[in-house]
Design a protein around this ligand. Sequence first.
Ligand code: HEM
Length: 393
Amino acid sequence: MTTAIPRHMQRDRFAPVPETQAARDEDALPQIRTAIGTGARLVTRYADVREVLGDAERFSNAGLPPLPTPEGEQEEDRRAGNLLATDPPEHTRLRRLLTGEFTVKRIRRLEPRITEIVDDHLDAMAAAGPPADLVSAFALPVPSLVICELLGVPYADRDEFQSRSTRQIDLSLTLEERGRVAAESRAYMGELVDRAWSAPGDDMLGMLIREHGDDLARNELIGIASLLLIAGHETTANMLGLGTLALLRAPDQLARVRDEPGAVAPAVEELLRYLSVVHSGVPRLVRHDTTVGGRPVAAGELLVLSLPAANRDPATVDHPDDLDVTRQIAPHVAFGHGVHHCLGAPLARAEMAVAFPALLRRFPDLALGIPFDEVEFRSATVVHGLRALPVTW
Ligand code: HEM
């Protein structure tokens, strides 16, 4: 079955989808069709999105409709270890194994290595000379290499796993194709897990095996590692590409990020809010008849939460459609909220805080290599992004 791209994802470059804005401003939970072809109610107000994400008791992940399971695979293998397909207490058990690896303190120790990886890629860009495609030269490889080293995935396999990650979240493919690609990703990770089991390395896979090998099933470890690999590079890569483009369109703001170290952290938060790259709608299943923002929703109904709409809610942020890196940090749900709040948020923030100023300082006259209208956005995917970002300097 081919999936039609749902209207709530058809963003025009940075602009939010007018229908999601209208639903938010009318204070409605309209019926929509999701990327997997089912009906759902669209939740758009910031307060409503927080209410749903903050209550795993009333709104579930475990019962969400799955992608089709390809022949030869077991449904339970598909879900095992996938934090986003579990509810507490199962979710709590899995998440606890990983939280120590992603604390702000732990990530701070990685910063020198992140800086080295960023500098190496900037050196290579400088050596090759302009023009360059910033996505393939910088935005994609930096977070990919970071997550590979962290997890213990060979970076030499990147073409293979990056192509699979991109297809897994490409909504223009059929559900069956996406299910098949997800199965291939798990098979690949299965080989790495088996290798790590016989000789655990000094990385996250090795740590999980050494410290939790007795409590974790093989398919759970595969699920955890597969989620980290895809979540660890698709999202940050798209933030780096789109974020650079947004800053190139706002030269005064770009100059602040380049020249004022104190401006970087608030700029990263503003870019997260403004870009809201996870834009397919975060799904939750209503467990029993209840209300969202005072409006009734029924047991079994699927809710789709629009993070881009919530992050531009005028009830929360002044002039929400403007990018303004100088504003007081505005509250946002770009990393979600509640028990499933992004595990990798400290890592993603550290990568962006190193990468944006380093790029802008190395190439102070960085410029778009083609007219803005010709930049190809990649909207038909779970994560908003760019196909390429031609730049010159
Ligand atoms: C969850 C966004 C980077 C790993 C989430 C969720 C969002 C999100 C919105 C919540 C989904 C839901 O509630 O259904 C982002 C953005 C990123 C980013 C915008 C980059 C700017 C990362 C990185 C990693 C990561 C670098 C890993 C190294 C995860 C994991 C979850 C998650 C494992 C599931 C957590 C759970 O269910 O408990 N992310 N993410 N993310 N993210 Fe991220």
